[in-house]
Design a protein around this ligand. Structure first.
Ligand SMILES: Cc1cc2nc3c(=O)[nH]c(=O)nc-3n(C[C@H](O)[C@H](O)[C@H](O)COP(=O)(O)OP(=O)(O)OC[C@H]3O[C@@H](n4cnc5c(N)ncnc54)[C@H](O)[C@@H]3O)c2cc1C
Length: 239
């Protein structure tokens, strides 16, 4: 990362999206507007036990929104960064650098977009899909969203609203019907991807974006690239 100024933001609002997931609505203190691309993240500098830990959080809101911007995160068992953020309250301050990252929506291509999300990994897709749906052209977009249970599907009402309003967007929640500890992306997502995008006949002309937690993201990437999709057609971000 190259150097970037450090921003300070006030936490204006915190909302609980699920028992383990919260959105923080932040406003830069000097009133400066944050410029970013859909899919980019910020690096938060967290003062924990006398040290500064750096943790990345993707911007969940769209660049065009005035005022506050949103990050959305879940509490990771034993994780110092998320535990610190979950201990904060409205009016507290946070420091960050950024925006960073190249996992962004390219100039819309004349092809179908498939967004594959694992749990809170859906966050970058909210601004990306919003941007895609406001650009002219056919660009059909599908969101395949894996989560342990229906109650863990973030922004569900929004995806459903977009699906009703836009013929070119479809939303497919894939839930495991299990407790979060037993959830397995391999069980939920891999068979679906294999059936719909690997075993089917060619041509391989789609743009994939994958975002999620840990090694399964790489399994999905390799499955698609191994099936003949171009390297550039399978973009991913692993948290
Ligand atoms: C580019 C980028 C963008 C990110 N954006 C977000 C975001 O928008 N929202 C968000 O919740 N997290 C996001 N993360 C993850 C975040 O930076 C932290 O890793 C996460 O909050 C855990 O930090 P921690 O200190 O609590 O736990 P740590 O002790 O650092 O635990 C890290 C372990 O938890 C796993 N992990 C990382 N993220 C999660 C998660 N969300 N749920 C469960 N396990 C996880 C990691 O694979 C690793 O094994 C992002 C990471 C990257 C690299």
């Amino acid at each position: 990362m190259s150097s970037s100024p450090t921003f300070t933001a006030t936490i204006e609002k915190i909302i609980e999206r699920t028992p383990e997931t919260r959105s923080f609505f932040l406003r830069v203190v000097n009133g400066q507007k944050l410029s970013f691309l859909p899919g980019q993240f910020l690096s938060f500098l967290l003062p924990i036990s006398g040290q500064t830990l750096t943790r990345a959080y993707t911007i969940a809101s769209v660049p065009e929104e005035e005022g506050c911007f949103e990050i959305c995160l879940n509490q990771v068992r034993g994780g110092p960064g998320s535990a610190y953020l979950f201990s904060l309250k409205e009016t507290d301050l946070l420091c960050f650098t950024g925006p960073w990252g190249t996992f962004v929506l390219d100039q819309p291509l004349d092809t179908e977009y498939i967004f594959i999300a694992d749990r809170v990994g859906v966050v970058p897709f909210r601004p990306m899909i919003a941007r895609l749906l406001t650009t002219k052209g056919p660009h059909p977009a599908r969101l395949l969203y894996a989560a342990p249970q229906a109650r863990d599907v973030l922004y569900a009402a929004e995806w459903q609203k977009w699906e009703c309003q836009r013929a070119r967007f479809s939303f497919r929640p894939l839930t495991d019907q299990c407790e979060p500890e037993k959830y397995s992306i391999e069980r939920v997502l891999l068979p679906y991807i294999e059936q719909h995008f690997v075993k089917e006949a060619r041509p391989r002309s789609r743009q994939f974006y994958i975002c999620g937690i840990g090694r399964p993201v790489l399994l999905l990437r390799d499955l698609l690239r191994g099936a003949g999709y171009e390297r550039q057609a399978v973009k991913y971000e692993k948290w």
